[in-house]
Design a protein around this ligand. Structure first.
Ligand code: NAD
Length: 458
């Protein structure tokens, strides 16, 4: 393993930073520091934990522009998106600063005594995150884990560690003692694997690809670490003939092309009722044409480059090797320059088995398919190994509910593409993951329940 990774700006491939790749030995040292910090931090009162989280949120808010600029520089995200994401990071810390003393157990009526359930922290939590929303996804783990009294080691993706390092500084300023929150930079199969294997890590919260999620679960089995997994997706937007077609087709493009398609909730399959297929296709092509690709630092830009040249090659390979049953119906221009730009592409097919229908491309590519009726729509939407997100477009609320109940997906929206809200649970079915993030559910996933019986018999 190289000692350092060059951190590259995907807009122009310039080197913006060099980050250390933590070896297994160095990760083990961080875990020892984390265990020691846990002894003290787990005894901090809930109100003091809440206060520190609130100060952390205030600092994120104060440094919003700097954090957003770092994210844009490192990930190639349009600056308007980065600013919104950093506001959401602050919101997540505010939410869990208030959640600390609202997460409590129960008393259970039993014979001959009183029975209590209480929540306790796990100890050392490892949070392993991907590169598509580096600060935001880190906050989904960090804030509830700290709120519950755990100490945390965050492993950012090797390409995008810059906001994680800045958050580590802000945590110290917010009053968290050294060791309560640490960052381990480095590559997945060394730095990340060292966290997943270590017997003193009690809980691992992972967001990333399904393949790596499976390997983490295997490593975690050795000491029965608690595991939460937020994995890949191939979500469908289902458009019925009675939907507001203008609304559906205006919303659809940014539900898949935002963040250059690098979004686990991207609605990368659009399933359209056959009676309105041609009309929807035409409306969709028109609304897709208006998307502005450009320099991520420009506030008018809606779509920037992909995260790296390596990822660009991966996305390209899907288009270079298109099955013969798939047709390109629209392809945008890309901005001049040498960045990791990729065109926005619309595809259509009637084959359910092709790679672009089954696999997560994680790029700006949308595939259109026809369905016959409600049952066919549900069957088609469920016909992948994933089950993360999805949208249902119809004016018939009973139909919307029937379809929502039939879909094997964890996070759905009706007449909207919204997937994530700080106060509501977010998670996947099938190979899209295990467990939920956000909302009060996250407090459950970062704490363990203890039952205590007190005899009242003399
Ligand atoms: P990835 O799985 O390659 O890497 C994710 C993280 O795991 C990185 O920090 C990486 O260094 C680390 N890692 C890699 N190999 C490891 C190993 N053997 N042991 C421990 N850690 C290891 O994913 P990515 O390419 O960074 O992100 C894209 C994927 O993330 C997509 O599949 C996407 O759908 C998924 N994702 C899911 C959600 C969700 O909430 N469900 C959100 C965002 C991204």
């Amino acid at each position: 393993m190289e000692e350092f990774t060059d951190i590259i700006n995907p807009f122009d491939y310039s080197v913006i930073e060099r980050c250390e790749n933590y070896s297994k030995g160095k990760v083990n040292d961080l875990i020892k520091i984390s265990l020691k910090a846990y002894e003290k931090y787990s005894k901090v009162s809930p109100s003091d934990r809440g206060l520190m989280l609130r100060r952390f949120a205030d600092l994120v808010d104060k440094h919003r522009l700097e954090l957003a600029q770092l994210e844009t520089l490192n990930v190639g995200k349009p600056i308007s998106d980065s600013l919104e994401e950093i506001s959401s990071v602050a919101e997540v810390f505010y939410y869990y600063s208030g959640a600390v003393d609202k997460h409590f157990g129960t008393t259970v009526p039993v014979s001959s005594g009183l029975d209590l359930t209480i929540y306790e922290p796990f100890g050392v939590v490892a949070a392993i995150v991907p590169w598509n929303f580096p600060a935001l996804i880190a906050s989904w783990k960090l804030a509830p884990a700290l709120a519950c009294g755990n100490t945390v080691i965050l492993k950012p993706a090797e390409w995008t560690p810059l906001t994680a390092l800045k958050l580590q500084d802000l945590a110290l300023q917010a009053g968290f003692e050294k060791g309560v929150f640490q960052v381990a930079t480095g590559v997945g199969n060394v730095t990340g694997a060292a966290l997943a294997e270590n017997e003193y890590v009690s809980k691992i919260s992972f967001t990333g690809s399904t393949a790596v999620g499976k390997s983490i679960m295997k490593s975690a089995a050795d000491n029965l670490k608690r595991v939460s997994l937020e994995l890949g997706g191939k979500s469908a937007s289902i458009v019925f003939s009675d939907a507001d077609l203008m609304k559906a087709t205006s919303a659809q493009p940014m539900s898949v092309f935002a963040n250059c398609g690098q979004d686990c909730c991207a609605r990368s399959r659009m399933l359209i009722e056959e009676s309105v297929y041609d009309q929807v296709k035409e409306l969709l092509i028109n609304s897709t044409k208006s998307i502005v690709l450009g320099d991520p630092a420009d506030k008018e830009t809606q779509v920037g480059p992909l995260v790296s040249s390596v990822h660009k090659s991966r996305v390209s390979s899907f288009i270079d090797n298109l099955d013969k049953e798939v047709e390109i119906i629209y392809e945008s221009e890309v901005p001049a320059g040498k960045g990791a730009y990729f065109p926005i592409i619309l595809l259509e097919t009637q084959s359910e088995d092709v790679a672009v229908v089954q696999e997560e491309i994680f790029g700006p590519v949308l595939t259109l398919l026809k369905f016959k009726d409600e049952l066919d729509a549900i069957r088609l939407a469920n016909a992948t190994v994933y089950g993360l997100s999805g949208s249902i477009w119809t004016k018939d609320i009973s139909k919307a509910l029937r379809v929502a109940q039939g879909l094997k997906s964890g996070t759905l929206s009706v007449n909207s593409n919204s997937s994530v809200r700080t106060s509501t649970p977010f998670g996947g079915y099938k190979q899209s993951g295990i467990g939920s993030e956000l909302g009060m559910e996250a407090m459950q996933t970062f704490s363990q329940k203890k039952n205590i019986f007190i005899s009242t018999v003399d």
